[in-house]
Design a protein around this ligand. Structure first.
Ligand SMILES: [Zn+2]
Length: 138
């Protein structure tokens, strides 16, 4: 096991999440960007470079391996690479699509918290501002 490898995968996953948030966000972009910058500082420059090149092409730079198959391109991952991934010894790229790989053994879960949060009020109707017509008496 190699802590740098684990941290790198974690950071890449987090970076992806934040970048997606940033793409969707209408407000609070500066805060998301600040978090992105923090993670970028932690990543090794050439890994970051690879990530940015993939992102520029509209691709993710990391993909889980499920049942020995790269989830990014659906190609079977070589057993030697799988063994390294299982040991978490080194960063490995998919030979086919070039994404960083990590083993994901957890069964897919239904997306949580996708529903409307409970108790959310329906949108308020726009109300005209009441203008005070009272003239201050001196
Ligand atoms: Zn792939």
């Amino acid at each position: 096991m190699n802590d740098v490898v684990i941290a790198t995968i974690q950071n890449l996953l987090e970076l992806h999440q934040l970048e997606e948030q940033l793409d969707r966000a209408r407000t609070g972009k500066a805060e998301i960007q600040a978090k992105i910058n923090l993670i970028r500082e932690k990543l090794i420059p050439n890994i970051l470079g690879h990530h940015d090149r993939m992102r520029a092409r509209g691709r993710k730079s990391i993909a889980p391996v499920r049942n020995g198959v790269c989830a990014g391109c659906h190609m079977v991952v070589a057993t030697g690479i799988l063994a390294t991934l299982r040991r978490q010894d080194d960063i490995q790229l998919c030979a086919n699509c070039g994404r960083y790989l990590y083993i994901d053994e957890t069964p897919p879960e239904p997306p949580a918290e996708a529903a409307v949060p409970a108790g959310e009020a329906p949108p308020k109707k726009a109300r005209k501002k009441r203008v005070s017509k009272r003239i201050p008496v001196e």
